[in-house]
Design a protein around this ligand. Structure first.
Ligand SMILES: [Zn+2]
Length: 353
């Protein structure tokens, strides 16, 4: 439920009882937060940024600071860690917050009729990548292209604004700070439940761990995802951590598996990673307890949706041929350290159900 926050002032005086009730979900979310370990903590978000991300009034942020949300500085110089803020928002239940609202919108499709989960879809896509260094004079790009054909979809058209060469699913651009790709992509889904009892147990066990709190779903710094000891100590998972951990467990059980990166397309688009198992019928199938968890957390799971996440392919998956934790692109230039930013949008083209 969405708390009504910051609606309690009369002539500048807070009404304590109402304020307490509005603050409670935020303070509970902070209480349950696993803060970013110091090594991966970046105090970079200022007060205005925090208010925008949380979608809350000043009194909520003040209460979070008073209750000990990790931060540096004070007053106008206060800075917060982006992931700490996002994780408080995710568990606040506040539909005014960007992370919670986004996650809720992303998983909304789980409450629609099951045939829509796999219906063929067509998307107008735009992918922009740019060097993080503003002084970049231009450099070399190697960009892995989406691979919808993995699940029976296709790239209908793809155009690169910059001069480029494509070979083996990799696009190369030379002498550019930024790259822009536009086009149309068709995606396909399928209902293919897991046959392997071992794979299904792995899915059920991981979902149970996430639901009962042995592990907590949280966003995290990209480098923390790959620090196995640190995430095990913190007992947190995101989709990358989950797929890498399940991969190790599945290999120990003798299963044939791989991980994959992709995007989850919809009104709101999100990066995603998942495990795939080569099942007893020789079909590669996604095993995705994270999407199942989110559907349960947001109370959006139609009957059968959790089972759907154990083996089936939603037509909202846009796969890449890149493993979890591996980069989708590489950039080399004289001034930058290789870091780049990107935005991706996939808008439903006409004819989608
Ligand atoms: Zn550069």
């Amino acid at each position: 439920m969405a708390p009504q926050v910051g609606t309690v002032t009369h002539a500048g005086t807070a009404v304590p009882a109402a304020a307490d009730a509005a603050l409670q979900p935020w303070l509970q979310a902070l209480h349950d937060l696993v803060p970013m370990p110091e090594k991966y903590r970046r105090f970079e978000v200022d007060r205005a940024g925090a208010l925008a991300l949380l979608g809350c009034r000043d009194l909520v942020l003040d209460a979070l600071v008073a209750a000990g949300i990790p931060h540096s500085g004070s007053g106008g110089a206060v800075r917060f860690d982006y992931n700490d803020l996002a994780n408080v928002a995710l568990y606040s239940g506040a539909v005014t917050s960007v992370p919670f609202a986004g996650q809720r919108m992303m998983i909304r499709y789980a409450s629609a009729a099951p045939h829509t989960w796999t219906a063929p879809r067509s998307w107008d896509v735009e992918w922009r990548l740019s060097c993080r260094d503003e002084e970049c004079p231009g450099g070399q790009w190697r960009i892995a292209l989406p691979a919808p054909q993995v699940f029976g979809g296709r790239i209908d058209e793809l155009h690169c604004d910059q001069e480029s060469v494509t070979e083996g699913g990799v696009l190369t651009v030379t002498g550019s700070r930024a790259v822009r790709l536009t086009g149309r992509i068709s995606t396909a889904g399928r209902h293919t439940p897991l046959r392997s009892a071992v794979a299904r147990r792995l899915f059920d066990d991981t979902l149970a761990e996430l639901l009962d709190g042995r592990y907590r779903f949280q966003w995290m710094h990209p480098l923390l995802r790959l620090d196995r000891a640190a995430v095990e100590e913190a007992r947190i998972m995101d989709c990358t951590v989950c797929s890498l951990r399940m991969r190790r467990q599945a290999l120990a059980e003798g299963l044939t598996v791989r991980t994959r990166r992709g995007r989850f397309l919809g009104v709101l688009d999100a990066e995603h990673s998942w495990l795939e198992v080569l099942d007893e019928d020789d079909v590669w199938k996604p095993v995705d307890p994270v999407i199942a968890l989110l559907s349960i957390r947001h109370d959006r799971a139609q009957e059968g949706f959790v089972d759907f996440c154990a083996g089936s392919v939603p037509s909202r998956f846009l796969p890449w041929t890149v493993a979890a934790g591996e980069p989708l692109a590489e950039h080399r230039c004289p001034v930058g350290d290789g870091a780049w930013d990107n935005t991706f949008s996939g808008t439903a083209a006409k004819g989608n159900s």
